[in-house]
Design a protein around this ligand. Structure first.
Ligand code: MEV
Length: 435
């Protein structure tokens, strides 16, 4: 394979020519790429990444009627999967009439590490921990000053050996990053502390450490949010479709218990949670990879990957459904305010704090998880999914605005497949003399 050197230095036109020459794509490529570039703000979007040749559009939807800790929200969701926003909106409206989503923020602690190799006297080093902590905090005072003004900063640090690997140590540093996700702040502090850490060992005549790396941890088990919904079982009637509310509640709880005990089901169950959460995370310009990494690690904390949500039925009367997960997100910094559309999302949410946003995202997770499991244990999901998928099929087949309602009406009580829709559309066009 020939490696292209200096690709990033090429102009956008040259990059496109390179793609064309390498792929055989023709001039239509230019047309498509041009079509999705922003007429005024392209320079801003270009700067979010590298080698940008166009923008990738995703739908920005909203789910109204979220009642979260007594406050009403219209929740912005960016997602390409049909039915997610509709399911969230339906569940939000149902739960708003049944007390709403109750949020508890357990803590917002973020973590980072300096990893180093060291062969010295462990008890001597451990006895100097407090001095080391003061020394390192002072060494990054410039960086932490404005974060401290906003109520954040470094909240603690601890030296620990990694028992599994000989001579490997970590400096485990705890942070509060106020309303920002704080990745840049944490990484800057950690990198800035590397030399002062070495100086400290030198000053105390300790063996010299060999610093390997300094980086935040995306596993944030102390940055936890719990979202809970609760109602009397007989209130579940709108979701129990053909079952009694108690049968529905029992089947729902069993499905959640299966996800708690079976990794295959747990992964799919949690994916349903992330349909809602990721959509909010992306809409608000947060880092969905970080959020997913943290939550999947948290789902495995017992040694087995399990469902992130739980269901309890008490006295055959009450239904309680809750979700607990780490969500290290922010409402300032990063793309949140810089991306014009995530800035808009933050405004639609009425400028929430990071803690508020943790609750909002968790509520979207509960709404989508509740809807998915409710469908699975009653009608199955395909009925609803395929109805919305019909729109995608019709768009793929370039059905006109006149044809769409005819097909939607025809398929309202029929099994939807691409072939069935294509056949019916083609027959319709023949009948209308269009083919
Ligand atoms: C599909 O995007 C999500 C579900 O598979 C979630 C689940 O199975 O719980 C429906």
């Amino acid at each position: 394979m020939t490696i292209i050197k200096g690709f990033s230095k090429l102009s956008r036109e040259e990059k496109i020519e390179y793609i064309k020459a390498s792929t055989g794509l023709n001039n239509e490529l230019n047309q498509t790429l041009k079509q999705y570039r922003h007429p005024e703000k392209q320079a801003l979007f270009d700067d979010f990444s590298e080698n940008t040749i166009t923008n990738y559009l995703l739908p920005f939807g909203v789910a109204p009627n979220f009642l979260i800790n007594g406050r009403k929200y219209i929740v912005p969701m960016v997602i390409e999967e049909s039915s997610v926003v509709a399911a969230a909106a339906r569940a939000a409206s149902f739960w708003a009439q049944n007390g709403g989503f109750k949020i508890t923020i357990n803590d917002t602690e973020k973590i980072g590490h300096i990893w180093f190799t060291w062969k010295g006297n462990a008890s001597l080093l451990l006895s100097l921990q407090n001095q080391l902590s003061d020394h390192l905090k002072a060494s990054v005072a410039q960086l932490t000053h404005s974060m401290e003004q906003r109520g954040g900063g470094i909240t603690g640090m601890e030296l620990m050996p990694l028992p599994e690997l000989e001579n490997i140590w970590q400096l485990h540093v705890k942070f509060n990053t106020a309303d920002s996700m704080g990745a840049n702040f944490i990484n800057s502090c950690l990198e800035e502390m590397k030399n002062p850490l070495v100086d400290f060992f030198n000053h105390h005549n300790l063996e010299m450490p060999d610093i390997l790396m300094a980086i935040l941890s995306n596993y944030t088990p102390n940055c936890l949010v719990t979202c809970q919904v609760e109602c009397r079982i007989n209130q579940l009637k709108p979701y129990s479709v053909g079952l009694s509310p108690s049968e529905f509640a029992y089947r729902f709880k069993t499905a959640v218990d299966i996800a708690h005990n079976n990794v295959h089901r747990a992964a799919t169950h949690n994916k349903g949670i992330f349909n809602g959460i990721d959509a909010v995370i992306i809409a608000t310009g947060n880092d969905f990879r970080a959020v997913e990494a943290a939550a999947h690690a948290f789902a495995s904390r017992s040694g087995q990957y399990r469902s992130l949500s739980d269901c309890h039925l008490s006295d055959d009367v009450f239904f309680r459904f809750s979700l607990t997960l780490p969500l290290a997100i922010g409402t300032v910094g990063g793309l949140t305010k810089l991306h014009p559309v995530s800035n808009l999302a933050i405004q639609i949410l009425n400028n929430p704090s990071a803690k508020d946003l943790m609750g909002i995202a968790a509520a979207a997770g509960v709404a989508n998880n509740f809807s998915a499991v409710a469908s699975l244990v009653t009608t199955g999901i395909q009925k609803g999914h395929m109805k919305l998928h019909l729109t995608n099929i019709l768009n793929t087949l370039e059905a006109s605005d006149l044809e769409k309602p005819i097909l939607q009406d025809y398929f309202k009580d029929k099994t939807i497949s691409y072939k069935a829709v294509a056949d019916y559309l083609s027959a319709l066009r023949k009948k209308e003399g269009l083919q």
